[in-house]
Ligand binder design. Structure first.
Ligand code: 13P
Ligand code: SF4
Length: 341
């Protein structure tokens, strides 16, 4: 493939209106309509380049609708994307999400090239703890197993006994078969787990900068004003979770909506998630107390295009770190993924 670096920026062509009529109709309720003609040339160029490269694009549920609906081949939560990376045929994967998600894909598919369009797409939970912090915790609590949330760096995963997601955290903690477990880095998720198990949880002080912003007062206000059901992610504070009709992981929230079919629901989580669920549940009115993840928002159609064009930024993880992190991830996969929250 020649001269990809010289590809001109995509511009509007009249034939895009017909070719992407169905996508435009889907995006219409989700993004300002003036933006759709700006997005379509990039979506078209990315989809063509993706085919040329034989690449697969994976997008987390917190990605913007033009990415989620326009260019993603696979969508889902962080673990779903990592598993899809391991199972897909393509040798080139572009992860539209934050850095730890691209690392998880690389850990489960080390032979593949995994690209992230912006290396600065981080996560306040992942950056709240280092591998050295985990070693210090282990020295402080000898013999106590460490369960780390998926929102951690590969180096932290490699120091852990097992990984969990918000969908299986209680189950993984209990599978450690220990009266005490160090749970890191999310303090609120740790407190949520502690309320559901007899295992003593030793906490770390990490917080999701998006979910910690929600307040119980705001949630009560939304419920009173809109008469809606409330679903909340367990990264929210205990006071917010106490106000919710349902507390669950990214995937569990979607399943709850399918089961309960509420007329109105307030999604107390990253607000792109409500946009992305809207087209799946047209009978439900979504109220969005809107907190966007600034790290997720770093991924744009423009940098996805550049990632495919220039094959950047490839995730590189030392082999020993991959091996350690893989061991901890495999421990979680062995526990299974029955949804407990
Ligand atoms: P999931 O593991 O549910 O995809 O969530 C990741 C995340 O960043 C939540 O804020
Ligand atoms: Fe991290 Fe919170 Fe953003 Fe999720 S929403 S990636 S936990 S900062």
């Amino acid at each position: 493939m020649h001269n990809l670096a010289e590809l001109p920026a995509p511009v509007w062509r009249d034939d895009l209106a017909d070719e992407y009529a169905a996508l435009a109709a889907r995006l219409e309720p989700l993004v300002p309509c003036l933006e759709i003609p700006l997005h379509l040339p990039w979506i078209d160029a990315i989809n063509k380049l993706k085919k040329q490269r034989g690449a697969v694009i994976m997008a987390h549920s917190y990605q913007t609708p033009e990415i989620f609906h326009g260019v993603a081949d696979v969508t889902g939560d962080s673990l779903g994307l990592a598993k899809a990376a391991a199972g897909c045929d393509a040798d080139l994967i572009v992860v539209c999400g934050v850095h730890f998600m691209a690392e998880s894909a690389k850990i489960l598919a080390p032979e593949k090239t995994v690209l992230i369009p912006d290396l600065e797409a981080g996560c306040s939970l992942a950056s709240s703890i280092t591998a050295a912090d985990v070693r210090a915790l282990k020295a402080q609590h000898p013999g106590v197993p460490v369960v780390s949330y998926a929102n951690t760096s590969a180096a932290v995963k490699a120091e852990s006994d097992a990984i969990c997601t918000s969908a299986n955290a209680v189950q993984v903690v209990e599978a450690m078969d220990s009266p005490r477990v160090i749970f890191l880095p999310d303090e609120f998720l740790g407190r949520y787990i502690a309320r559901q198990t007899d295992v003593e949880i030793i906490l770390w002080h990490g917080r999701c900068e998006v979910h910690e912003k929600f307040t119980a007062r705001e949630v009560r206000h939304v419920r009173e004003q809109f008469g809606s059901k409330v679903v909340a992610h367990p990264e929210c504070s205990p006071e917010v979770l106490a106000e919710a009709d349902f507390v669950g992981s990214t995937t569990a929230m979607g399943k709850w909506l399918a089961r309960e079919k509420p007329a109105r629901v307030a999604m107390v989580t990253e607000c792109s998630m409500a946009d992305n669920l809207k087209s799946q549940f047209p009978q439900t009115e979504f109220i969005k107390p809107c907190n966007l993840c600034p790290h997720m928002q770093r991924i744009t159609l423009q940098n996805i295009y550049a990632a495919l064009r220039d094959l950047k930024h490839a995730i590189e993880i030392p082999a020993d770190v991959i091996a350690g992190a893989r061991r901890a991830l495999d421990r979680m996969l062995a526990v299974g993924r029955r949804e407990t929250v």
